[in-house]
Design a protein around this ligand. Structure first.
Ligand SMILES: [Fe+2]
Length: 358
């Protein structure tokens, strides 16, 4: 069945909070990132994971010096939509070189001394901005633990439910919904998007559910399994049921990934409530067709995101995003304390306090 989400290819600016950086502030971010990139040097040892202590020290020592306007722009989205578009960092297409075909190639390119390797500088930009927002982190099992992921269409993965796909609709989902340590904020930075491919976002705050539906979806009925980007070796791992809806300081939170939820194991009552939730998330969906230099900041506790289908070019000009997971230490998920997250571990070098579940 063709989803209505496939038609959501236009930017809906009125429904998205915009936080445009003053030009001087945007330039300050690029200048600081360039300075750090030159100081630490581009080399595979640093570019592979971005967790090298020298780079981390520079980020931690210097992000506080960025103009107040940058820190202000990176605060968590505050509207019902739970999303903000932050514009606009200067990105020169010439500095990037061709869009790589997969994340491995992107990582490799970031570590080379090619004259067109602005990608590494933009990795540093993403880390600086994410650090202004909270604690950037990666996953050991995803893109080799790199703190900044590259999202590019990849040959052979066109139909997957993962960031490497293209021709398939990437269904709305909570990022890393299967794991208790998933991001509170998700930051997507656009390097290149010539066909204005839209990212879709839907907030639980805008969805209408009756009391009975809320009650059913707030009970732990089904598990959510890890997505394909983590591999597929989870057959023997216990899969505990989790609640779709949660609560944070009186506000409803959402943990939703239908592509990795075995709905056929649920009873009719649950399936009906879940179907209603799914249709509500489609109804309230808005689309952000990011332009180069724009960032999408998504509250992953209340918003699900996806992407409309598109035809990959595979000629070096494809859509290219960078993604960072961010933890907000002030938020806790005590109800999920017993989950082991299928053995997946975070790479969290900026973590200043103990884990959310400890
Ligand atoms: Fe995602």
């Amino acid at each position: 069945m063709k989803s209505v989400l496939s038609e959501r290819s236009q930017l809906h600016p009125a429904q998205l909070e915009r936080r445009d950086l003053p030009e001087s502030a945007a330039r300050a971010v690029r200048h600081l990132a360039a300075e750090i990139a030159v100081t630490v040097g581009r080399c595979p040892e640093i570019a592979t994971t971005l967790s090298h202590p020298v780079l981390l020290r520079h980020i931690d020592a210097k992000y506080g010096r960025l103009p107040d306007a940058v820190h202000e722009a990176m605060r968590p989205p505050a509207t019902a939509a739970g999303v903000a578009v932050i514009g606009r960092l200067p990105v020169d297409d010439e500095e990037l070189g061709p869009t790589p075909y997969n994340w491995q190639k992107a990582t490799e390119l970031a570590g080379t001394r090619s004259p067109r390797s602005g990608s590494f500088q933009l990795d540093v930009v993403m880390l600086l901005l994410a650090r202004c927002a909270g604690e950037p982190f990666g996953w050991e099992g995803q893109q080799a633990g790199r703190l900044v992921n590259n999202i590019v269409p990849t040959p052979g993965h066109e139909h997957e439910q993962s960031g490497a796909s293209s021709t398939a609709l990437l269904s709305p989902h909570t990022e890393d919904a299967f794991h208790p340590d998933r991001a509170n904020l998700l930051m997507l930075g656009c390097l290149r998007n010539p066909d204005r491919i839209a990212t879709t976002v839907s907030s639980i705050r805008n969805a209408e559910l009756d009391a009975a539906q809320r009650k059913i979806l707030s009970t732990a009925r089904l598990p959510i399994l890890p997505d394909v980007s983590y591999g597929s070796a989870f057959g023997d791992t216990p899969a505990p049921p989790i609640a779709t809806l949660g609560d944070d300081a009186g506000g409803t939170t959402l943990r939703f990934d239908p592509a990795y939820t075995p709905l056929d194991r649920a009873d009719d009552e649950f399936r009906s409530a879940y179907r209603h939730l799914t249709s509500e998330l489609e109804r309230v969906c808005v689309a952000a067709a990011l332009a180069p230099g724009e960032l999408l900041l998504v509250d992953n506790d209340v918003v699900v995101h996806g992407r409309v289908p598109f035809t990959p070019r595979y000629d070096g000009t494809d859509r290219w995003l960078k993604r960072v997971n961010i933890r907000l230490p002030q938020r806790r998920r005590d109800a999920e304390a017993g989950e082991d997250g299928y053995g997946q571990r975070v790479v969290a070098p900026f973590r200043t306090t103990r884990g959310q579940n400890t």
